[in-house]
Design a protein around this ligand. Structure first.
Ligand code: PLP
Length: 390
């Protein structure tokens, strides 16, 4: 059967591929521990589940406006005021099927064929594919592990051309967990503004930041320069709602309209029941974060201690998300030649699933998620050490 060139070019998501392989091995009776997970190991708060059940009982099962129910858009706009003091109205917000659809809509709405996107690397797996689908061109800007995998203006200057249209920032980062301070984010946004480059700030992990580091956002910058910035967020990671698919973007009303046009012609509104659950999340308690962040910070410190004891392994200390991205190239021997062969060996011999760094643009590294219980993490690292550090 003939499949379009566009789709033939498209790579499947590496993380989803690893998850499928893990399920396959488990189905065949193998015990596999996954440190490839991209979602918190905590339960969805009860008040959110109750709101979803109530919405169903109340028959809230019909189409809604494409960008979301007005009250949900207002509640999502309120998020930026609640946490960052940025004032936004309902018409500055579109609700999307996860942060993913917000990003996809943005690329489709902003890019013309050949427009370039500056993408600091290591980068989240889906960005280049989405940029490609929107006929944009990805220009990776490598960030050094000596700078915590954070990009500097000097790094960006090296890749900027007269075709650069967008700077894409992701803080805290998937895969590195690296997080910019508010000052660093503002400085990068100011630089982009001075070059007339639009900034997309992917902040889906912004609640998962570990003291003394603090959450940072370009939403206050957006308030000053609404035509130059869009902020993407989601309840997926911060509220353990990955499967419910709730994302939201903060943007200029004209851009919100453009994104709504794409959504209106492709998926329409996000799930109606989910919208009521999301409203309960925005309006209710966020206490779940205290428990999650305490656990994540503890696990991060633990994993860094363990990795630090492996010969030649380096790993910048991340300030957020639930990933570490160690440089494991010193362990490339005994049949291991790159991040993919390392992950294959660890999966086959230790029964531990990881994601190869190659998927994120750095073949020296692997991504390890610590969104698993302390016990599981300790056991998995132990098993990995037996295969890798002999
Ligand atoms: N942005 C980053 C950096 C992510 O890691 C993810 C999910 O893994 C997303 C966006 C999309 O999240 P969602 O599940 O809300 O679509």
């Amino acid at each position: 059967m003939k499949i379009s060139e566009r789709i033939r070019r498209l790579k499947p998501s590496a993380t989803l591929t690893i998850n499928a392989k893990t399920q396959e091995l488990r189905a065949s009776g193998r015990e596999v521990v996954s440190l490839a997970v991209g979602e918190p190991d905590f339960g969805t708060p009860q008040h959110v589940i109750d709101a979803a059940k109530k919405a169903l009982d109340d028959g809230k099962t019909r189409y809604t406006p494409v960008p979301g129910l007005p009250d949900l858009r207002k509640a999502a706009a309120g998020y930026f005021d609640r946490f960052y003091g940025a004032k936004a109205e309902a018409d500055n917000v579109i609700c999307t099927a996860g942060g993913k659809q917000a990003l996809y809509n943005l690329f489709m709405a902003l890019l013309d064929p050949g427009d370039e996107v500056l993408l600091p690397g290591p980068y989240w797996v889906s960005y280049p594919a989405m940029i490609d689908l929107a006929q944009g061109v990805t220009k990776v800007v490598p960030a050094s592990e000596n700078n915590g995998f954070l990009v500097t203006i000097d790094d960006l200057e090296k890749q900027v051309t007269d075709k650069t249209r967008i700077l894409l920032l992701n803080s805290p980062s998937n895969p590195t967990g690296g997080a910019y301070s508010q000052e660093q984010l503002d400085e990068l946004a100011e630089w982009a503004l001075s070059k007339n480059i639009f900034v997309i700030s992917d902040e889906v992990y912004d609640r998962l930041v570990y003291a003394p580091a603090k959450s940072a956002s370009l939403s206050p910058f957006w308030q000053k320069h609404p035509e130059n910035v869009a902020v993407v967020n989601a309840l997926s990671k911060s509220f353990c709602l990955t499967g419910m698919r709730v994302g939201f973007a903060l943007a200029h009303p004209d851009l919100v309209k453009g994104m709504s046009k794409i959504q209106g012609q492709s998926t329409s509104n996000i799930n109606s029941v989910t919208q009521y659950a999301a409203m309960a999340a925005f309006e209710g308690s966020w206490d779940i974060l205290d428990e999650m962040n305490t656990a994540f910070a503890r696990r991060r410190d633990y994993i860094l201690d363990v990795l630090g004891s492996w010969p030649g392994v380096t790993c910048p200390k991340p300030d957020g998300a639930f990933y570490v991205f160690p440089v494991l190239a010193s362990l490339y021997k005994n049949g291991i030649t790159d991040s993919t062969s390392l992950c294959t060996k660890v999966l086959e011999e230790a029964g531990v699933a990881l994601v190869p760094g190659a998927a994120f643009g750095d073949d020296r590294c692997v991504r390890i998620s610590y969104a698993v219980s302390d016990d599981v993490l300790a056991q998995a690292l132990d098993k990995m050490a037996k295969v890798l550090v002999k």
